[in-house]
Design a protein around this ligand. Structure first.
Ligand code: HEM
Length: 679
């Protein structure tokens, strides 16, 4: 274990370029994570101008025409307006490369692709053989064991999924079942090679699968992520990179949408509010335009919601938090419109959006992240700061793009925290009943029954999450998206399969990248993985070189004070560093955040518990630290005793004058030109 792990000192510089291979081949990567500008070899021709950065309000160089036969890999903005507000798709956040962080662009990587054919086929063993069946890996490595986390609540898990959905979504997946592409026969058999639809990479079930052999099923659906190669955005001989469907920034795009079109669908265009439907005296998100397509509803009347993110209905507790964040916007908008009657709908909407995003970034970075990646680690790597001032660490040379290793291996480790049974909890904190998770995937109607919403909100803060370890509830390894069927899919088999679909470099490669010694035998893993698990790995894999990142990383002993082992910690730390430092609008930047210092310090009073209190109907009390279980040092107290953001600080004294724009005060943003990769 590396207690003194430091991302700044562990980055082998030579991994960025090796044997003339360009690991960051596209314009998206022309701004590196390391503050170094890597080759300006841009697919988008002139898109990254070699001259001075474009200024807001000035049109960019003419854009190359896209091959009309493809859907492309992101849409560069025509120009960057001089705006105080974020765009919905994240464009123009980075003024030097305005497409950075926008939807339908590729993930980036720390290490080069490891495809079976070097270009796009799923990873193979070094011998050229197939890797062990991903379902077999799931059965052997990720069994079910009901181990509660001793400290943290279900809300810690659930807010993690909110953060995830805000940051990325593999392109081509909806997380609603069944997927449009079917890679298995209707009776669960593998299809003849000639009949397999494009993009299929079915999960082959082992012969003696304890569940699926009962129904003689040998095949589980799995559709490959769409890549820049599929979309013909890169030259034929260049290795594929997967695309992510949502904008990369931590900006509540799950609430506000990732495009102008979705934003228009969710807005009321009155009083700065988001659209809601009133039922039983409560406010609910509007109805999805494609309820039977995206939800597993059993009657046409059942609720199925529309939100900024397509996955909003995926599980009940996720939907609870989506609704909390939606209601919080409207609560803020109502207050702002009372304080500033002269503001129009657009101003109220955008100012409420600034506050809601700032609170979300504060909760994510200061309340949630220290639990997951450690307080010391976060302070040391400048991911959080102990200050009552602005931080002003924005650096336009930091690439905010989501790392493939982060979204498709490291961050998925926390699937281990999912619990299979959701407690309904009364105000006295006694259990009133529970919901079986797999009964309610993509069926949010249950939230509207009785006072389930409030009971689930209390459950989030009362029930422990599952421990972060190799054990996973069978609700996600046997019954995922089962939609009324006896069995469903297996999220851990999917995670392993996705690792190979994306051609991630091996666990051993990332060990070395992150500062652990390379293992030459399976026993070389013993420094961080238990004997029992090393034995399991050696029975599954032919060579230590073959162990998938998803698998090896998930078996490491945790770095003290964090919820992950050293290799995943390295990847998570790098991602959250980039996500704050590469976001021009991050809430701790002066000018561009849209907050003055008093307002910033007001935002710093918010908490997940207060958010639940303010946006449920009959929740009257909560413990102060909502991601931590109730205890003597964290007792349930009346909601009004929890610190709150005083919105009266947003009373606009400059009545009649336009609010200042966030455009071009870059010279006043004190990023000071220091390189953050300290050697
Ligand atoms: C009940 C809770 C959850 C369910 C049912 C769930 C389910 C899923 C599913 C079905 C996928 C897509 C898999 C694929 O096709 O490759 C996925 C992706 C993912 N999940 Fe979860 N998940 C849950 C909670 C979480 C949590 C708590 C985290 C992290 C804190 C997380 C992190 C991720 C990440 C990073 C991805 C990939 C995102 C991307 O597409 O870029 N999930 N999850």
């Amino acid at each position: 274990i590396h207690p003194s792990y430091n991302i700044f000192s562990q980055q082998p510089q030579q991994t960025l370029n090796n044997n003339g291979l360009q690991y960051f081949p596209q314009s998206y990567q022309s701004i590196s994570g390391g503050g170094r500008v890597l080759g300006g070899n841009s697919y988008f021709g002139n898109f990254v101008p070699s001259g001075p950065p474009p200024q807001p309000g000035i049109p960019l160089a003419p854009q190359p025409t896209q091959d009309p036969a493809t859907l492309g890999c992101g849409t560069p903005p025509a120009s960057c307006p001089n705006s105080r507000y974020r765009s919905y798709d994240g464009s123009c956040n980075n003024l030097r490369n305005p497409i950075l962080g926008t939807p339908n662009t590729p993930y980036t990587r720390l290490l080069p692709q490891n495809y079976g054919d070097g270009i796009s086929n799923p990873t193979l063993a070094k011998s050229g053989n197939e890797l062990p069946l991903s379902r077999l890996v799931s059965l052997i490595i990720y069994p079910d064991a009901p181990i509660e986390d001793p400290i943290f609540t279900l809300n810690a898990m659930q807010y993690g999924q909110i953060i995830t959905h805000d940051m990325s979504m593999i392109l081509g997946s909806t997380q609603a079942q069944p997927h449009g592409t079917r890679c298995c026969s209707p009776d669960g058999q593998l299809l003849e090679l000639a009949n397999i639809p494009e993009h299929c990479y079915p999960i082959v079930l082992p012969e003696h699968d304890p569940q699926h052999s009962q129904t003689n099923t040998r095949c589980m659906n799995f559709v490959r992520t769409i890549t820049d190669r599929d979309r013909r955005c890169i030259p034929e001989n260049q290795a594929a990179e997967q695309l992510t469907a949502v904008n990369h920034y931590l900006d509540l795009s799950i609430v506000y949408g990732n495009t102008d079109q979705v934003n228009q669908q969710v807005r009321q265009f009155q009083g700065g509010r988001l659209r809601v439907d009133q039922r039983n005296g409560q406010e609910w998100p509007p109805r999805s335009l494609n309820a039977s397509g995206v939800c597993a509803i059993q009657s046409p009347q059942e609720a199925c919601y529309l939100a900024g993110d397509a996955r909003v209905n995926q599980n009940p507790q996720l939907t609870v938090l989506q609704i909390i964040l939606l209601r919080e916007h409207n609560r803020i908008a109502n207050a702002l419109s009372k304080l500033n009657p002269h503001w129009d709908d657009e101003t109220i909407f955008q100012e409420a959006r600034i506050i809601n995003i700032a609170q979300h970034q504060f909760i994510s970075y200061y309340e949630w992240l220290p639990i997951f990646i450690g307080v010391k680690n976060s302070l040391k790597n400048k991911i959080i700061f102990n200050t009552k001032d602005f931080v002003n660490d924005y650096d336009e040379s930091v690439n905010p793009t989501i790392l493939n290793e982060h979204a498709n291996a490291a961050f998925r480790y926390f699937h281990s925290l999912i619990v299979g049974s959701l407690d309904l909890v009364t105000e006295k904190r006694s259990s009133y009943g529970s919901l079986r998770l797999s009964d309610w995937f993509n069926r949010p109607q249950i939230l509207e029954e009785g006072d389930n919403f409030d009971q689930l909100a209390r459950g989030l803060n009362t029930q422990p999450e599952s421990a972060s370890d190799q054990y996973h509830t069978s609700e996600i390894t046997q019954f995922l998206f089962r939609a009324g069927q006896p069995f469903g899919s297996d999220l851990k088999a999917i995670d392993v399969q996705r690792n190979r679909d994306h051609g991630l470099a091996s666990y051993n490669d990332y060990r070395e990248f992150c500062g652990l010694p390379r293992a030459h035998t399976f026993n070389g893993f013993l420094d961080v993985i238990s004997q029992k698990n090393v034995e399991k790995l050696s029975t599954l894999y032919e060579s230590p070189e073959d162990v998938d990142l998803t698998v090896g990383g998930s078996l490491e002993a945790h770095v003290p004070g964090t919820l992950s082992g050293p290799t995943f910690l390295c990847i998570l730390t790098e991602q959250f560093f980039r996500t704050r430092k590469g976001d021009r609008f991050f809430f701790e930047n002066s000018g561009t955040s849209g907050l003055n210092l008093d307002q910033l310090n007001e935002i710093r009073k918010t908490s997940i518990s207060r958010l639940l209190c303010d946006n449920s109907y009959n929740v009257r009390a909560m413990q102060p630290r909502g991601f931590e279980r109730i205890s003597h040092s964290n007792p349930v107290v009346p909601c009004e005793n929890l610190p709150a953001v005083d919105l009266s600080l947003w009373k606009d004294m400059s009545s009649g004058h336009a609010l200042p724009s966030a455009g071009v005060p870059l010279d006043t943003v004190g990023y000071g030109g220091h390189l953050f990769y300290k050697k």
